[in-house]
Design a protein around this ligand. Structure first.
Ligand code: GRG
Length: 297
């Protein structure tokens, strides 16, 4: 199967599993509520599903059962969607469009968008800790621990807080890199580490995947910044040129587009190099980082 075919196949699996997860929620006490409808709106029908894809490809290196990896990937996608919903709020990035349609607080209202984020975050941990995900409680507990670390106050939330603090302090290249490693990179690291956890990988295999994820996260963010600087709003499904307009601290703002492109090449090599221990089994992950760097949306 080609990379594109597999990305599409996983996208369909993720969509169907998330639909079922949120249908289950909707059939309980939340059935028919605005909250349930808004959660479905936030999660279904859009997105590249790159984080679950990475998780499933990492798990595949170790022959992990795809159903377990899919559930863990959907938990991760719920955290990602929560972060997008909260990031779009007026108190944060104040965006009207996401994934080609109105943001959750525009389609519903701000209070609902806050609650959607809260509920998606908790569903993620409900999913990871459910005995149906994996029979071994030690594996489930390790997944919960690492997702909590990646998404919380020492991870993505801290990255977002640092990003929001820009303007109050002066930011250099190292500060921007640290902020982005937390805000964007932490969930990619979890994606790859979760594959290693599910696959009971050796310490060196796990370290290789973490090194890949680190280069992947930086490359993904640089590509994202380049798309914001040079991309097309219709293709992206969201506003462009926001970073410069808001005086955002990006590596492009500090060093320029040419330096960003040169750094992207180095990161691509780093990501590919980190996969060397897996030989040809790592080919899909090589394709994934190439896709993340060359994407147009
Ligand atoms: C609110 C705690 C909290 C954190 C927000 C994710 C985030 C942190 C902010 C989003 C701002 C942003 C555009 C960051 C750049 C990287 C990024 C997460 C892009 C969106 O991810 P994609 O391209 O989105 O994978 P899709 O829609 O394909 O899932």
């Amino acid at each position: 199967m080609t990379f594109k075919e597999d990305l599409e196949r996983v996208g369909r699996l993720v969509e169907a599993r998330l639909d079922a997860m949120l249908g289950d929620q909707g059939s309980g006490a939340a059935q028919g509520t605005t909250l349930a409808k808004a959660m479905r709106y936030a999660v279904l029908g859009g997105g590249k599903r790159l984080r679950p894809f990475l998780l499933m490809q990492s798990a595949r290196l170790f022959g992990v059962n795809e159903t377990a990896a899919l559930d863990a990937g959907c938990a991760l996608e719920c955290v990602h969607c929560y972060s997008l919903v909260h990031d779009d709020l007026p108190a944060m990035d104040d965006d009207d469009m996401r994934r080609g349609r109105p943001t959750v607080h525009k389609a519903f209202d701000e209070a609902t968008a806050i609650l959607v984020g809260d509920a998606l975050l908790t569903i993620a941990f409900e999913t990871l800790s459910s005995p149906s995900l994996h029979e071994d409680p030690a594996i489930r507990s390790e997944l919960v621990l690492h997702l909590a670390r990646a998404s919380g106050w020492q991870g993505m939330v801290l990255g977002q807080a640092l990003d929001l603090s820009i303007g109050q302090t002066s930011f250099g290249g190292d500060d921007v890199a640290r902020m982005q490693a937390l805000k964007t990179g932490a969930l990619f690291r979890f994606a790859c580490e979760a594959g290693a956890i599910l696959g009971r990988a050796s310490a060196s295999e796990r370290a290789a995947l973490i090194a890949y994820a680190s280069a992947f996260g930086q490359a993904f963010q640089l590509a994202d910044d380049l798309l914001d600087a040079e991309g097309d709003a219709a293709t992206l499904g969201k506003a462009v040129a926001k970073d410069a307009g808001q005086g955002k601290a990006t590596l492009i703002a500090l060093f320029g587009v040419d330096a960003a492109r040169a750094r992207l090449k180095v990161l691509l090599q780093e990501a590919e190099g980190a996969l060397a221990p897996f030989g040809s089994r790592g080919e899909m992950l090589v394709e994934t980082v190439r896709f993340a760097v060359n994407r147009s949306s």
